[in-house]
Design a protein around this ligand. Structure first.
Ligand SMILES: Cc1ncc(COP(=O)(O)O)c(C=O)c1O
Length: 434
């Protein structure tokens, strides 16, 4: 569900004509819809209205200050994975008192920052980490609230690079080892046991693996509540989204545009499947959604450079590249690609849509059915709001792309395009080369 629609022939984000944004701020530029994020947030909250719920937006999906502030205004807390993300939330004018700090390699400096900022809880991934948290908390003279991340060894049936809940993944403490880890935590002087956590993977399109994991870890949560008086159970993130959008496919709805076996998990189906398992626990329930809240709320605008007719294929060369959006190169991800100006009288074109980077992997789409577009025209890569700009790099000395936030008919540049001077600001020529 999102607020990108053709009004007449032009693609709009809410009430804003995206071609105007592209002309004003140039390309490549990410554009986000505030209404889409708000709708997604409210719809998810509604789907689990029967429990004491806290939605912790996974900032790793999109940590732009304006996006963090928007979620804070909506009432969200955050799932954070670095000192940098904690500082981003604070810089956005929000606080981390309802937020959790996860990740398997938190440094002492990061733990200190989290404790000093009043983090709600640490999600602990191992016993050595627990000992480190105990040590840092002791140094600061405070008790650190923790939940242990339990790895339930459940197959999430998603891409191998985003599966996290199998025993061979690096995450969490095995279910069998969890009681001993809690016993150790409860004995530590500077630790306060506060909850239990799980996260089995991302881009989940079925409820079954989640049900299995929540049943398994839920049984442990009930025991921990009796034994240690834990307050919450975080069931992680991972709700999948639609990448094959109806905008280009011509299907009657976004749902129908999906191959039958890839139809996503709606928040309503998610809530209906999990509510009966969560309600009886009587615990606060934390969710850590990233992609679901922002994925379909963003697009990447790009400009056509050339149509290159090769010996075996056509190549539509655009000015965005794998450094701006790595998902197709990294996960073989599918992104819909549509023109900002639609004209049904144009001829059909089948082409690879590629960026200018010197790698064959710099390809957004293979043999894609498109309409013929000319040099200088703008296009949008859809569903780029999650794991898009946050994973951008400067490869080939290309500055990080700009970002624009839209709300209704208002829009503002919220991240300026990185300049060459900013890119080289931290570099110098050593004296021995001069
Ligand atoms: C512990 C944890 N929580 C939440 C998320 C967010 O996942 P998603 O964006 O798929 O909802 C992740 C993603 O890596 C994660 O590792």
């Amino acid at each position: 569900m999102h607020h990108f629609r053709y009004a007449g022939s032009n693609l709009h984000c809410e009430s804003v004509d995206l071609a105007e944004v592209a002309r004003l701020y140039g390309t490549p530029t990410y554009v986000y819809s505030a209404a889409t994020m708000a709708d997604n947030y409210n719809r998810l909250a509604q789907s689990l209205a029967g429990v004491d719920l806290r939605i912790c937006f996974a900032a790793k999906a999109n940590s732009t200050l304006a996006v963090l502030r928007h979620f804070a205004n909506l009432g969200a807390a955050f799932d954070l994975v670095s000192g940098g993300e904690i500082r981003r939330v604070l810089a956005a004018g929000a606080d981390v008192r309802g937020s959790v700090f996860a990740g398997i390699g938190k440094t002492e400096a990061e733990l200190e920052l989290a404790l000093q900022s009043g983090i709600y809880s640490f999600h602990v991934e191992s016993e050595p980490e627990l000992a480190r948290i105990n040590h840092v908390a002791g140094r600061l003279g405070v008790k650190a609230p923790v939940a242990i991340r339990v790895n339930p060894d459940v197959d999430a049936h998603t891409h191998a690079k985003i599966t996290t809940g199998k025993s061979y993944n690096k995450f969490g403490v095995p279910l069998k080892a969890a009681p001993a880890a809690y016993e150790a935590a409860a004995k530590m002087k500077n630790i306060q046991v506060r909850g239990v956590q799980m996260h089995i993977g991302a881009q989940l399109t079925a409820a079954a693996p989640l049900i299995e994991a929540v049943e398994t870890v839920g049984a442990l949560a009930a025991e921990l509540k009796t034994q240690y008086g834990i307050q919450y159970f975080s069931i992680g993130g991972g709700i999948g989204i639609v990448y094959r959008d109806a905008l280009a496919s011509g299907a009657a709805s976004w749902w129908e545009a999906q191959p039958a076996d890839q139809r996503p998990l709606t928040p309503e189906a998610y809530g209906a499947a999990l509510l009966p398992l969560l309600q009886p626990l009587g615990l606060k329930i934390l969710l850590e959604p990233g992609r679901y809240l922002v994925g379909n709320a963003g697009v990447l605008l790009t400009r056509v450079e050339h149509l290159k007719r090769g010996a075996a294929k056509n190549f539509l060369v655009v000015d965005a590249a794998m450094n701006d959006l790595i998902r197709p190169a990294m996960y073989d991800a599918y992104h819909e690609i549509v023109p900002l100006h639609r004209d049904t009288t144009r001829r059909a074109l089948v082409a690879d849509v590629v960026g200018p980077i010197c790698e064959s992997g710099d390809c957004f789409a293979h043999d894609r059915q498109l309409q013929e577009v000319g040099e200088g025209e703008f296009m949008a890569l859809m569903s780029g709001g999650a794991y898009g700009r946050v994973m951008a790099s400067r490869y080939n000395t290309r500055g990080l792309p700009a970002e624009v936030l839209v709300q209704g008919s208002a829009f503002e540049l919220v991240t300026a395009r990185e300049t060459f001077e900013q890119m080289i600001a931290g570099e110098k020529i050593p004296a021995f080369l001069k």
